[in-house]
Design a protein around this ligand. Structure first.
Ligand SMILES: *[C@@H]1O[C@H](CO)[C@@H](O)[C@H](O)[C@H]1NC(C)=O
Ligand SMILES: *[C@@H]1O[C@H](CO)[C@@H](O)[C@H](O)[C@H]1NC(C)=O
Ligand SMILES: *[C@@H]1O[C@H](CO)[C@@H](O)[C@H](O)[C@H]1NC(C)=O
Length: 180
C-alpha cells in the first residue's frame, strides 16, 4: 500500500477504538438489570401518581394519553427477570406523560447500584420516548462513584405487564456507559 493509504487506514482503525481521542474500548462498561414498577399495587405501590387523580380514572386518562400525569417511583432492580432474583439496586425518581398525540413517557431518575464491582455508584437517566416503540433509548447523563462524569445510553424493553389495570411492568435494561 502507498504511505497515504496506510496512514488513512491507521486513522480509521484508531477512530474506531477512540472517542474524543482519549478513550479506548476498556473504558466502556456494559450493565444489565430488570426493573419492577408496580403502581396501584394496594398499600405498597412502588410508584404513585402525584397529580391528584385516582386509579378508577386510569382508563379515561389512557384515552388522553395520560398527558400531565406525574409519578414518583422507588422501584426495585434485580439481576434476573424475577422480583425475587438477586438485587441489582434501586431506581428512584420521576416519570411523567408529556404528549397529547400518543403516550410518551418522560423520565428523570437515579439508578443506585447495590451489588458487585459498582456497589455504591449511581447513574442518572434522562429522556422521553413513545410507549409504542418497543426498544426505548434514554441518555445516561452522569453518575457518582465509579461513574463520575460518565455518559452513555440506556436501552429499555417492557418484558411483562401485570397487576391492577395491567399497569405494572417488568422492564429489562441494557446500559452502555462510557467512563470519564
Ligand atoms: C376516583 O375517581 C372516580 C371516577 O372518576 C370517582 O367516582 C371517585 O370519587 C374518585 N375517588 C376519589 C377518592 O377521589
Ligand atoms: C454494598 O455496599 C454496602 C455499603 O458499603 C454494603 O453494606 C453492602 O454489603 C454491599 N453489598 C454487596 C452486595 O456487596
Ligand atoms: C395485559 O398486557 C398484556 C401484554 O400487552 C396483554 O397480553 C394482556 O391481554 C393484558 N391484559 C389485560 C387484562 O388487559
Amino acid at each position: 500500500m502507498q504511505l497515504p493509504v496506510v496512514f488513512f487506514v491507521v486513522v480509521v482503525l484508531l477512530s474506531c477504538f477512540m472517542r474524543d481521542g482519549v478513550q479506548s474500548k476498556k473504558d466502556v462498561v456494559k450493565l444489565r438489570w430488570y426493573m419492577h414498577d408496580t403502581p396501584f399495587n394496594g398499600p405498597t405501590p412502588s410508584s404513585i401518581p402525584v397529580t391528584g387523580y385516582n386509579a378508577s380514572d386510569f382508563q379515561n386518562e389512557i384515552k388522553k394519553f395520560l398527558f400531565g400525569q406525574i409519578y414518583v417511583f422507588d422501584d426495585p432492580l434485580t439481576q434476573g427477570f424475577s422480583l425475587t432474583s438477586a438485587t441489582f439496586g434501586r431506581a428512584q425518581g420521576i416519570y411523567s406523560f408529556v404528549s397529547q398525540e400518543e403516550i410518551v413517557g418522560s423520565v428523570s431518575y437515579t439508578v443506585s447500584i447495590r451489588t458487585g464491582k459498582y456497589n455504591g455508584s449511581t447513574l442518572n437517566i434522562l429522556g422521553a420516548y413513545p410507549y409504542s416503540i418497543p426498544i426505548k433509548k434514554y441518555s445516561i447523563v452522569g453518575g457518582t462513584g465509579k461513574f463520575i462524569l460518565a455518559r452513555g445510553l440506556l436501552k429499555e424493553k417492557v418484558v411483562n405487564l401485570f397487576g391492577p389495570l395491567n399497569a405494572s411492568a417488568t422492564l429489562s435494561y441494557h446500559a452502555t456507559v462510557y467512563l470519564h
